[in-house]
Write a protein that binds this ligand. Structure first.
Ligand code: SME
Length: 151
C-alpha cells in the first residue's frame, strides 16, 4: 500500500512545484489512502512555531510551539513519533476529541526543519512500524518536490 502511495504521490506532484498546491494534494492523497484515520495534514515551521497547513479533517489548532504536543515534540526532536494512546502523551493537544492515536513525521529540507506530517486516528494503537516507514517514505518523496521557500 505504501509503495503504491509513494508512487502515486510522485506522479501527482510531477511537473508542479507550487508548494501550497502540492501540499494540499499530498494531504488529500494520504488521507484517502489511510483507513481508520480522522485527520491528516501538515504543520509548517514559522519562526519557532508550527502553523497549520493544508489538511483533511476537522478544524485544528493553528499554532503549536516547538516542543509542545506531539507535533511540536516530533519537530523539536527531528524524529518520528508514534503515539499509541494520545491521552497518555504528556502535553498532547486535543484538536479533534475523537483522536486516540497519532503519528507525526518531521520534514527536513536540506537539513533544516520545515514542518511535520501529522496523521490522527480514532482507534488506539492504529499506527505501527510499517506506517512509520511508509509515511517517512512519503515525506522523502514529497520533500524535494516542494518549493519550501515559497510557501
Ligand atoms: N494532536 C496534535 C495537535 C494537532 S492535531 O492532532 C491536528 C499534537 O498534540 O501536537
Amino acid at each position: 500500500m505504501y509503495r503504491d502511495l509513494s508512487a502515486a504521490l510522485a506522479a501527482l506532484l510531477e511537473g508542479e512545484t507550487d508548494a501550497l498546491g502540492n501540499l494540499s494534494n499530498a494531504a488529500a492523497l494520504v488521507a484517502d489512502a489511510l483507513d481508520r484515520t480522522n485527520w491528516c495534514g501538515f504543520y509548517l515551521l514559522r519562526g519557532d512555531e508550527l502553523v497549520l497547513g493544508p489538511f483533511q479533517g476537522k478544524t485544528a489548532c493553528v499554532r503549536i510551539p516547538l516542543g509542545k504536543g506531539v507535533c511540536g515534540t516530533a519537530a523539536e526532536r527531528r524524529e518520528t513519533l508514534v503515539v499509541p494512546d494520545v491521552h497518555a502523551f504528556p502535553g498532547h493537544i486535543a484538536c479533534d476529541a475523537a483522536s486516540r492515536s497519532e503519528i507525526v513525521v518531521p520534514i527536513l529540507a536540506g537539513g533544516a526543519l520545515v514542518g511535520v506530517l501529522d496523521v490522527d486516528s480514532p482507534e488506539p494503537g492504529r499506527f505501527d512500524a510499517e506506517d512509520r516507514a511508509g509515511l517517512e517514505e512519503v515525506v522523502k518523496v514529497l520533500t524535494p518536490r516542494i518549493a519550501w521557500d515559497r510557501l
